[in-house]
Design a protein around this ligand. Sequence first.
Ligand SMILES: [Mn+2]
Length: 383
Amino acid sequence: MLARLLSDPVMKGLEALERAAAEKVARAARERRPVLIRFNNDADGVCAGLSVRRAVSALLESGNVPRDESRRLLKDYQNNGAVYETGSASGDVLLLRGASEKRPLVILVDFGANAESVPGLAVARNEGCEIVVIDHHPHAPEAARLIDALVSPWLVEGGGSDYSAGLVSGEVAKKIYPVDVEELQRIALAGDKSRLIPPTPGLLKKALALDYLCDTAQPRNSLAKCEALLSDPAKLAEAHSQAAEKIGAVAAQAKGNAKVRELQNGYVVVILDIARLKRTGRFPRDGKIATVVHDSFSAGEKRPLVTLGKAKDAASFRANAAARAAGFSAPKIIDELKRELPDAITAGGGHDAAASVHAKKGLGKIVFDEAYKKLEALKAGGG
Ligand SMILES: [Mn+2]
């Protein structure tokens, strides 16, 4: 057994869940059943998917499964968003049924256990798929009931989003087959800004290069492409410099249109009109722009600061450490908005420091204005 990257009570508490998930994956591979890894479209999701892929590939290889059969049995798709859509689930079932008549296994990493994914999970389950989910976003009980093995730090006392999907998937992977995934775990933590291990500049570069690949690979991204990027320093440097250049251009515009307001309760709010920014292509996505601009306003800021991004039919929140220490929680605000504006909001969620809420077409402004009022209503020095 390979050493764990981190050893603390939460990681210890996760072990039994990791083992249960690893056993299901290993059994499916040994029985030569079709396996699909569906990964969220960012560095954490990629690293989570790559860890599992390395382990399953190595296990198949150790069982002398021919290469072409491995390729037929082990598939991966990038999931562009936080929800397992019914259309994706139907497509997955078709793909896996086409690969083999045996019972398929669907592995969702870094997404897939929220309430919005319930219809998609139900499709896969009703079609006979076994489902494993490794995620660090808060999960919905009704989703968990449809999942055969859920590995989530939220199921362990003291656990939360810092235990990123890539970190946890790495531990699952090592239990499937002893593969080296330590760097993937570190890149994942860096990409998701986990506080568990401080990132190095090198890890941040790799995370950004993977984020860039997720949004720009044509015709679509794949784990094989991500693996190739990570193993080629020249490709990595190229992807990173293109990403940095695009971010620099958009961030400069964004800083120009950002409005900074100091509220009565001591919070500083940065309002960012993301919808007005000019971009070519999908990168950087709204969330990354919000993060980059938020980080630049947060640098050296001791007061609680929240960045509120206004996108087309969506609003996003970013909070600095002082805001979190003061009790600010973006998911808490989003839950309140969902309760108060049930007809306007289609989806929402995330982490304490980074979250977003999506509105029905044309209702984005109402949701944004209500979100702003929530910030004004925060208690001074406490959420
Ligand atoms: Mn993540």
